[in-house]
Design a protein around this ligand. Sequence first.
Ligand SMILES: Cc1cc2nc3c(=O)[nH]c(=O)nc-3n(C[C@H](O)[C@H](O)[C@H](O)COP(=O)(O)OP(=O)(O)OC[C@H]3O[C@@H](n4cnc5c(N)ncnc54)[C@H](O)[C@@H]3O)c2cc1C
Length: 347
Amino acid sequence: MNARQPINIAGGGLAGLTLGIALRQRDIPVVIYEAGSYPRHRVCGEFVCGRGLAVLQELGLQEKFIAAGARIAGTASFHSGQRDYRARTLPSPGLCLSRWVMDDLLAQEFRRLGGELRERERITVATLEPGWVRATGRRVAAESAPAKWIGLKAHVRKVTLAADLEMHFFPDGYVGLCRLPGGEVNVCGLFALRQPVPQLAVQWREILSGPAGSGLRERLRMGEFDTASFTAVTALNLVPTVGQPTAECSIGDALTMIPPVTGNGMSMAFESAHWAVTPLAAYSRGELDWAVTRQTITRQCATGFAQRLRWATWFQRLLMHQVSRELLLRVGNCSDSLWRVCFAKTR
Ligand SMILES: Cc1cc2nc3c(=O)[nH]c(=O)nc-3n(C[C@H](O)[C@H](O)[C@H](O)COP(=O)(O)OP(=O)(O)OC[C@H]3O[C@@H](n4cnc5c(N)ncnc54)[C@H](O)[C@@H]3O)c2cc1C
């Protein structure tokens, strides 16, 4: 048997751990370097849907998510300002599971398969060498970017939802709610900031609850926030970067971020990991050189994600402006085919 070169992965989030698990299932030696530790909360809508579910199923992970309590999400409702649109059936159901449980489950599975997971080890080199994969998550927006996007999330109890997934839109952002196991609800929002919020550690509940008089505020009025689950990310770069020349092999958000409104980022993390497995396994066995390995993965991701990134960028723009948002939500509310097309094109 050929000696196998180890694959090193910087970042043990969804993309890095999924890739690590898939490579271990092929008996490839893998080391993952993770800056943080498990379990941990992450800013995320915690709603998985789209093609990534097939990847999870193929790797035997979907059944583990369900065994860990993942809830099947079959309906979604949209709310804008004072207006509530009717709950719709999702054209294909999703899964809701907290990142606290999900990332920890994947980390344990990777270790069970013999992978080496080094927690609290941050990779600081500017450009990764051959044999290394970057799965370090979101890229930071340039200082000069016009909108400063900030993401906030926390879990809340004693809240009743109109659908498995609720999306509430406001002039400068939106908040998604989804039902989690154990009676919890995840509350996660993306906001365009005009100026910094110096008191974020104090004001996050206020921001996440939406403007005064909104349906969201009413929904969360009696809710009990789990303070320990609060997390925030700033300087999000929502401009697609896939297809741009890079000297590294990247997957997940490190490759490109899809506007979170689509709820497809986790799927893209799983899918990009899946596309990386065969070339990396061949590289590890000495059958492919690094340049071809890297290019094969980059090309596959660029082709596989191009359409949904284009559509998602348009949706994000339309949904962030009041007139186009109301028009889209009203027409989508009456037209099943528009709802299905919007859903399909963004995943
Ligand atoms: C507001 C918001 C809501 C969202 N909602 C949803 C949703 O509902 N559904 C959905 O599918 N997607 C959603 N997403 C997107 C989703 O969270 C991401 O696409 C997904 O987490 C990407 O996975 P990843 O593994 O690439 O990155 P991450 O999950 O961010 O993992 C990256 C890992 O790398 C580690 N790391 C970073 N730097 C280093 C380093 N230098 N060395 C070592 N380790 C490092 C980090 O600690 C982290 O563990 C949302 C995103 C935001 C911002």
